[in-house]
Design a protein around this ligand. Structure first.
Ligand code: ADP
Length: 400
């Protein structure tokens, strides 16, 4: 079966076409600048040059049509007939409390995703546009939705409730949802498979650190706690997001700086984190470079970032009364030897011993970076959210 995986944003869309027989990617690509002039479609097929096309794409229906045209293109395509796409899987950011796992798209499911627009106003409406655009271009093809929040629905109340008036939870569902669930789920499965041990038997902390960043405590094979909250702002310090802070900073800053709520919101989401402290960049590569050149602000940003990461790992080890496996993934986690080393440095009291030679090796494979004697196994596991979406889609459509 061939499965098309789609991650639809408001003005862009990414896709991958999988052959599920051997779980290989036949083609991947993106449509950028949807709704603007000169939209760009790019497609990569393993072993061939990238194809790029610039044209006007005003909406998601046209964007999906262009994707299908690309995939079936006589010269650049990989499919002979559009009918070869037997299922489509979508990434959906927010599944609220309703969706605890991936599901087949039905009218009821679409209604529920619409009801969740409030909780993810930037993401869920765009995902809906992707779903309806597939309906019009590939009528009758089953679609599956895979939620970033679903994996964290196993959290107990003490993890997901905030200590605020409970009426806010009852009325507005204000609680911790957590994000990056597809990635935390995927890398925890991969880590257990790599160690040849059942996931249920391992206490694990997974650190998904890319532009956005979150840590998850996994116990009995399930998410037990996670650092992102009602929105992806809480938790770790990130590229441009503050992560945890005293909530009183919001009214205090509004008052002192005469700012609107929307301005403070934008400050915390887009102008904080590594970017704000370093004054240089939100990209960890540039922070490390500047730090090595002696820039004090870059060093401070790096130290704050890794200190906060280490605090979360330690807190989750305490929350689970132990830690067997620590996993690093996503852009920073998979690539930054410096961040991994600094985060692990203060965890020797738990019996964690990093092997610095192993940590320095660059690879796209799952690998161990702790010593053989370390009480905690530290792994780098490349994430692959698209593959998990393709797998869920395949299995749900097969069982239909
Ligand atoms: P997203 O959260 O947008 O999916 P990624 O997981 O791809 O992002 O992570 C992107 C980030 O990864 C970049 O902003 C950059 O900071 C970081 N990154 C990528 N390569 C390296 C590297 N070699 N060293 C340090 N950081 C890196």
């Amino acid at each position: 079966m061939k499965v098309l995986v789609i991650n639809a944003g408001s003005s862009s869309l990414k896709y991958q076409l999988y052959n599920m027989q051997n779980e290989t990617v036949l083609a991947s690509g993106s449509v950028e600048r949807i709704g603007m002039d000169s939209s760009i479609v790019t497609q990569e097929v393993p072993g061939r040059d990238e194809t790029r096309d610039v044209s006007e794409i005003l909406d998601h229906v046209t964007a999906i049509k262009r994707v299908v045209d690309m995939l079936t293109h006589a010269e650049h395509g990989v499919l002979e007939r559009i009918e070869e796409i037997e299922a489509v899987g979508h990434r959906v950011v927010h599944g609220g409390e309703v969706f605890k796992q991936s599901v087949l798209v039905t009218d009821e499911v679409k209604l529920e995703i619409r009801r969740l627009f409030d909780l993810a106003p930037l993401h869920n409406p765009a995902h809906m546009m992707g779903i309806t655009a597939v309906e019009s271009n590939l009528p009758g093809v089953p679609q599956v939705v895979v939620f970033d929040t679903a994996f964290h629905q196993s959290m107990p109340k003490e993890s997901y409730l905030y200590p605020i008036p409970t009426v806010l939870y009852r009325r507005h569902k204000i609680r911790r949802y957590g994000f990056h669930g597809t990635s935390h789920h995927y890398v925890s499965d991969q880590a257990a498979a790599f160690l040849e041990q059942p996931l249920e038997s391992l206490k694990m902390v997974t650190c998904h650190i890319g532009n956005g960043a979150s840590c998850t405590a996994i116990k009995d094979g399930k998410s037990f706690d996670t650092s992102m909250g009602l929105t992806p702002l809480e938790g770790l310090m990130m590229g441009t997001r503050s992560g945890d802070l005293d909530p009183a900073i919001v009214p205090f800053t509004m008052n002192k700086e005469e700012l609107l709520l929307s301005e403070v919101n934008s400050m915390l989401n887009k102008h904080s984190g590594l970017m704000a402290v370093s004054g240089i960049s939100s990209d960890m590569r540039e922070i490390v470079e500047a730090m090595e050149d002696g820039d004090k602000n870059a060093k401070l940003a790096f130290d704050m970032y890794t200190y906060r990461l280490r605090k979360y790992i330690g807190a989750y080890a305490a929350a689970m009364n132990g830690l067997d496996v620590l996993v690093f993934t996503a852009g920073v986690g998979e690539n930054s030897t410096h961040v991994r080393a600094a985060a692990c440095e203060g965890l020797t009291f738990l019996g964690l011993e990093l092997d610095h030679e192993r940590n320095a090796v660059r690879s796209r494979q799952t690998r161990r970076i702790s010593t053989d004697n370390s009480r905690i196994t530290v792994l780098v596991v490349p994430t692959n959210e698209e593959l998990l979406i393709a797998r869920d889609t395949f299995s749900i459509v097969q069982d239909k």
